[in-house]
Design a protein around this ligand. Structure first.
Ligand SMILES: *Cc1c(COP(=O)(O)O)cnc(C)c1O
Length: 295
């Protein structure tokens, strides 16, 4: 169960980087699959292998109405022959993400915010008589997910001085850090939480670390909160997309890259530094936010 595909690393050209002798590269996990957001595939890979081993044929998972994880699970389920059910947080709504989930065969169960808090109970009460059902936590958060993300490091064609990644649950960040530690690389890791004042993200990342590791947490790029934007952020995203031809979403990769560009501007990096930023995918998220962009 794999796509047998190492995502490429692309260099981003920008005149201001040349002046500062900085090189910026993007690890294009967005190219792994059009619907299975790059890091969501890495997070699901070992979970699906576990499900298969245990002869489970029905994936049950959880997410918000714009969840890249729900869409990824629906697409992975359809691709690899699993039934899928998604518990969606909140009252019934329709949007592009949920439309795609349904199209891919996912059964959606809208769940009030209180019940949604108790995921194991929702699973037990709805799937008590279905031994073929397999529980996957919101966002795929698990040790297997971190393991899948650590594989990103083994794919790198060369060493980088800095590596940046956006954080939701912090699982992807932890996995990448584990990968760097396992390879004894001196690459400095930078986590960019997509929430407001998310200093707490440090502990979330440390939960999944196999060995202690130091890293930088840049918690000043939350732009007011999860899925919130500012005119500055939207301006940056439009400019980046038009200059590179690479789509980035405002929820994750847009904020992370804004941080990288801002830090380059503020001379945070030594001249000669090579920076790798992970494009974690999530392009579909753009469609949920099209009204915020003005042209
Ligand atoms: C889910 C997601 C993330 C966050 O990953 P975590 O492992 O939860 O930190 C980052 N980028 C994109 C595009 C995502 O969909």
């Amino acid at each position: 169960m794999d796509f047998q595909f190492n995502s490429p690393v692309h260099k981003i050209e920008d005149a201001s980087f040349t002046d500062k002798k900085i090189e910026l590269y993007l690890k294009r996990d967005d190219l792994i699959h059009p619907l299975i957001s790059g890091n969501k595939w890495r997070k699901l890979k070992f979970l699906l292998a576990d499900a298969r081993l245990q002869h489970k044929t029905h994936l049950v998972t959880f997410g918000g109405a714009f969840s890249n994880h729900l869409l990824a699970t629906a697409a992975a389920g359809a691709t690899f022959g699993f039934k899928t059910t998604g518990f969606v947080r909140g009252e019934k709504v329709t949007n592009d993400t949920l439309f795609m989930c349904s199209l891919l065969g996912m059964h959606l169960i809208f769940t009030d915010r209180n019940s949604y808090q108790h995921k194991q109970e929702l699973f037990s009460s709805n799937f008590a008589n279905l031994p073929e059902a397999f529980f996957i936590d919101e966002g795929g958060a698990s040790a297997q997910a971190a393991l899948g993300c650590s594989e990103l490091v083994t794919e790198l064609p060369e060493d980088f001085d800095h590596l940046f990644c956006a954080c939701g649950t912090g699982t992807t960040a932890a996995g990448i850090l584990n990968g760097l530690t396992a390879k004894n690389l001196s690459t400095q890791f930078h986590a960019v939480p997509v929430f407001k004042n998310a200093g707490w993200m440090r502990l979330e990342i440390e939960k999944y670390l196999l060995k202690e590791a130091s890293f930088n947490l840049h918690s000043q790029y939350g732009f007011g909160g999860y899925a919130k934007t500012t005119p500055d952020l939207l301006f940056f995203i439009k400019k980046f997309i038009a200059a590179t031809g690479i789509l980035i979403d405002p929820v994750y990769t847009g904020k992370m890259l804004f941080a990288v560009y801002d830090l380059i501007n503020k001379n945070y990096f030594l001249p000669g530094s090579k920076i790798l930023a992970v494009h974690t995918g999530g392009i579909f998220g753009l469609l949920g936010m099209k009204k915020q962009f003005q042209f």
